[in-house]
Design a protein around this ligand. Structure first.
Ligand SMILES: Nc1ncnc2c1ncn2[C@@H]1O[C@H](COP(=O)(O)OP(=O)(O)OP(=O)(O)O)[C@@H](O)[C@H]1O
Ligand SMILES: [Mg+2]
Length: 268
């Protein structure tokens, strides 16, 4: 079976700044992968190249068997099959939750209002905010807004979902409700690429993890193995930093990596 997403020698420069320095990866249909890595390593840029929000400088991007980097590919058609969820929700502020979810099918797929509404209500139910349908985003919690954003992405019936730090703007107690929706999507067989530092989620839900640093994939493997036994000093240092980052006087680079996976930051 063809890969859902395949990147070969993907490079992306911004002017003289080489951000992606040759990324090779393939995500199989139904697979859930997480991407971790330090700020500025190119995680968002990589996701954005997959749905052509950014145009790669060189290399190939193939989504669902269609090479986006080839001339004549119907970009809009492929893009529609790739849903994206951002850190800051990006909902239309003047529209209700329901209208936000109806917009894509109405404009892009030109479905009738009745059908779009029916489907939008079903999707809002699915992500657990059916009772919030008539509220505007500023009347919703961050967790509710993000779940509306997921419903909106699902409304175009994507084959692949890209998530760029979907929980990092949320308070801890709101993260769980978003992660639950993502866990459910994964269990239904959705192909997902998730940039996240939710290590517990990565270990429980993802099939594979990639560690990106300096525009290259430094390690990849099974999440539990990779996170418990990093092979490279770079990943070891990164894991120590995200685990201990907020703890004064914590471990620094070079010290033994302690298991961050119980994920309870308890400085006492
Ligand atoms: N549109 C742009 N124009 C110029 N430089 C950019 C652009 N987008 C990203 N960059 C640069 O590319 C590098 C990688 O950015 P990117 O947003 O992909 O990193 P990231 O791994 O997602 O980081 P973070 O964890 O902070 O989100 C950064 O140095 C950033 O400044
Ligand atoms: Mg980013």
């Amino acid at each position: 079976m063809a890969a859902a997403v395949e990147l070969i020698a993907l490079h992306k420069d911004f002017g003289k700044h080489e951000v992606l320095k040759g990324i090779d990866l393939a995500v199989e249909p139904g697979e859930v992968v997480v991407v971790i890595g330090p700020s500025g390593s190119g995680k968002s840029t990589m996701l954005r190249c997959i749905n052509f929000l950014e145009r790669p400088t060189s290399g190939t991007v193939t989504v669902l068997g269609q090479r986006l980097t080839a001339k004549g590919t119907q970009l809009m058609r492929v893009r529609r099959q790739v849903g994206m969820v951002f850190q800051h929700f990006n909902l239309f502020p003047h529209r209700t939750a329901l209208q936000n979810v109806m917009e894509g099918p109405r404009v892009v797929l030109r479905v009738s209002k009745v059908e779009a509404e029916q489907r939008a209500r079903a999707l809002l139910d699915k992500v657990g905010v059916g009772d919030q349908a008539d509220k505007k985003p500023n009347k919703l919690s961050g967790g509710q807004q993000q779940r509306v954003a997921i419903a909106r992405a699902l409304a175009l019936d994507p084959q692949v979902m890209l998530f760029d730090e979907p929980t990092s703007a949320l308070d801890p107690e709101l993260r769980a409700e978003v992660l639950d929706v993502m866990r459910q999507l994964a269990s239904e067989g959705m192909t997902m690429m998730i940039v996240t530092h939710e290590m517990h989620f990565a270990r429980k839900v993802a099939d594979r993890a990639f560690f990106l640093d300096g525009g290259v994939i430094v390690e990849e493997g099974l999440p539990a193995e990779m996170l418990e036994r990093p092979k490279t000093e770079r990943l070891n240092r990164f894991l120590n930093r995200i685990f201990w980052g907020e703890v004064p006087g914590a471990a620094t680079a070079g010290e033994t990596h302690l298991d961050p996976l119980d994920n309870k930051l308890d400085p006492t």
